[in-house]
Design a protein around this ligand. Structure first.
Ligand code: SAH
Ligand code: DHB
Ligand code: MG
Length: 227
């Protein structure tokens, strides 16, 4: 078995699934087109993964969502669509140019009332969120920013959630790099640190699943806050 696998086949199956189950949508297509036009990297979740986030948020009955890593707001739109009219989503983005694209995409999707993109380094914003009356607790946190800080983000997520909340982390497999001892890339080290932290954290009950598709071979970690 190769680490690369058969990307063409994975993509064909993603297209098959997406055509049948993930219905085409102008606002989502426009968000990707605007992101590409603005020169953003195409590292958003795939459409079928976005729909997974949407379904998980709905199943969770989420009213408040925190996202770390907005990019052009593609995953943000999926998550925000799972919220009730009085729901709220806060998304944190380091790059002001990304945040501008995301805000325009969210407005085009009619979600500007319930979503807010905050610009800055997440590790600077998260302590302020903890101190902000009424910001939390969040019912669902989606971690998808710089992987170096993933353990820190999970620690902050624990402070911003309640028992029963869900924490989802993207890109926890990275082509299998996580188990390659020769790979000492800082984002891989950050990912391992996150696994070790969660493994030792009795307040979290977690699993991770490997995924393949248009975005390659990667995976999601899913954790439930126990207490
Ligand atoms: N969630 C998006 C993809 C996010 S890509 C989607 O699926 O559509 C990761 C984003 O995290 C990038 O836009 C990057 O600028 C941002 N980022 C990187 N480091 C960050 C930091 N320290 N704080 C906040 N955002 C950061
Ligand atoms: C990268 C970041 C992501 O969040 C992702 O889903 C894929 C790639 C990256 O930084 O390369
Ligand atoms: Mg990601």
């Amino acid at each position: 078995m190769t680490i690369q696998g058969n990307h063409e086949q994975w993509s064909a199956v993603d297209r098959y699934v997406t055509e049948r189950l993930v219905h085409a949508d102008e606002a989502l297509d426009a968000a990707l087109a605007a992101s590409e036009a603005a020169g953003l990297p195409a590292i958003n979740v795939a459409p079928n993964q976005g729909k997974l986030l949407y379904l998980l948020a709905l199943m969770q009955g989420a009213r408040r969502v925190l996202e770390i890593g907005t990019l052009g707001g593609y995953s943000t739109i999926w998550l925000a669509r799972a919220l009730p009219d009085d729901g709220r989503l806060i998304s944190l983005e380091y790059d002001p140019a990304h945040a501008d694209v995301a805000r325009a995409n969210l407005a085009r999707a009619g979600l500007e009332k319930i979503t807010e993109v905050r610009t800055g380094a997440a590790l600077d914003i998260l302590p302020r969120l903890v101190a902000e009356p009424g910001a939390g607790p969040f019912d669902l946190v989606f971690v998808d920013a710089d992987k170096v800080n993933n353990a820190r983000y999970v620690e902050w997520a624990l402070r911003l959630t309640r028992p029963g909340s869900v924490i989802i982390v993207d890109n926890v497999v990275r082509g299998g790099a996580v188990t390659d001892p020769a790979n000492q890339d800082p984002s891989v080290l950050g990912t391992r640190e996150m696994y070790d932290l969660i493994a030792a954290e009795p307040r979290l009950d977690a699993t991770a699943v490997q995924t393949v598709g248009t975005k390659g071979y990667d995976g999601f970690l899913l954790a439930r806050v126990v207490s």
